[in-house]
Design a protein around this ligand. Structure first.
Ligand SMILES: [Zn+2]
Length: 296
């Protein structure tokens, strides 16, 4: 990832505080305290409807305190930015590791992403948690005066019909755990409608999933005081929409760097794998590897 940026150890930089957090009734919510994990977690994970709800349930059990509240109510846990949830899970995993070292075992070429050549050798990497880095967001985090939720302002240029370029900007909320769960649930509901129709497929409607995300998280478009609806996004000039989606693709909130590059001793190929930060949720979170898209 951003190789030119100086290395920042995520744990040394943030310790027991959320990198982004949110604001509740004027109070920044950053500090957290882990409690003891209990067997009830397993039961409630089985009741969770999707991987995002599993994360919410998991963090509800793992956190004894968040900000001033002890224990944090579900509404608080749902407001945790998704990038912060990764940090919490990373830190919790790190504390449960023997000697604080992640051990990653993978076969050369065994990747999620499509067509990958590899020699099949067994690879192993040892990653001390303290050596895991943190990547800053592209633009500073701000907090919405009403909701207290974090957002970033993302600027981009789009082409005009006369060949010139114009500036545009959006204010875009950092997705929370609740946002993620609701994106999937709305997409599931749409897929259920498809199933009911004669001959309807059961595939997730990815177009609706993505446009729903854009519209749900955008809180301002070009200083208009509000974001665009799905319908307005659909009616946007294509070049403008493409410029916007391209800008969104290049943008990221602050996050712990979970990517690990392992070089194969046999074929010298470099393989990128993700730190296994969800092992503490095992054995029930085995449906899909972390970071992959939900299966529908
Ligand atoms: Zn190899």
């Amino acid at each position: 990832m951003a190789d030119e940026a100086p290395f920042v150890s995520a744990i040394e930089r943030f310790g027991d505080s959320l990198p982004v957090g949110f604001v509740a009734q004027g109070t920044p919510i950053r500090q957290f305290v882990f409690g003891g994990l209990k067997g009830k977690l397993r039961k409630e994970l089985l009741n969770a409807r999707n991987m995002y709800r599993e994360t919410i349930v998991g963090l509800k059990h793992a956190l004894a305190q968040l900000g001033p509240l002890q224990p944090p109510p579900m509404s608080f846990v749902e407001c945790i930015p998704a990038c912060d949830a990764e940090y919490i899970q990373f830190l919790l995993s790190a504390r449960r590791l023997k000697d604080g070292v992640f051990i990653i075992e993978v076969l050369c070429g065994d990747e999620d992403a499509g067509m990958v050549e590899g020699c099949g050798s067994a690879l192993q990497a040892h990653v001390p948690a303290i050596n895991v880095g943190f990547i800053e967001g592209n633009t500073p985090i701000q907090y919405h005066p009403q909701s207290g939720l974090p957002f970033q302002e993302i600027s981009f240029k789009y082409p005009l019909s006369n060949g010139a370029q114009a500036d545009a900007s959006v204010k875009y909320r950092v997705a929370t755990l609740k946002d993620q769960a609701e994106f999937v649930e709305r997409a599931e509901a749409a897929a259920a409608v498809d199933r009911k129709k004669a001959g309807g497929g059961r595939r997730l409607r990815m177009g609706e999933f993505i446009f729903d995300q854009f519209a749900s998280l955008m809180i301002d478009f070009n200083g208009s005081g509000r974001g665009l609806t799905v319908e307005e996004l659909e009616n946007l000039d294509l070049d403008m929409l493409d410029a916007f989606t391209n800008a969104m693709g290049n943008y990221h909130p602050p996050h712990v760097d979970l990517d690990v590059d392992i070089v194969c001793g046999q074929c010298k190929r470099t393989q990128r794998v993700e730190l296994p930060i969800k092992r503490w949720l095992d054995p029930f979170v085995v449906r899909m590897p972390s970071g992959s898209s939900p299966e529908m």
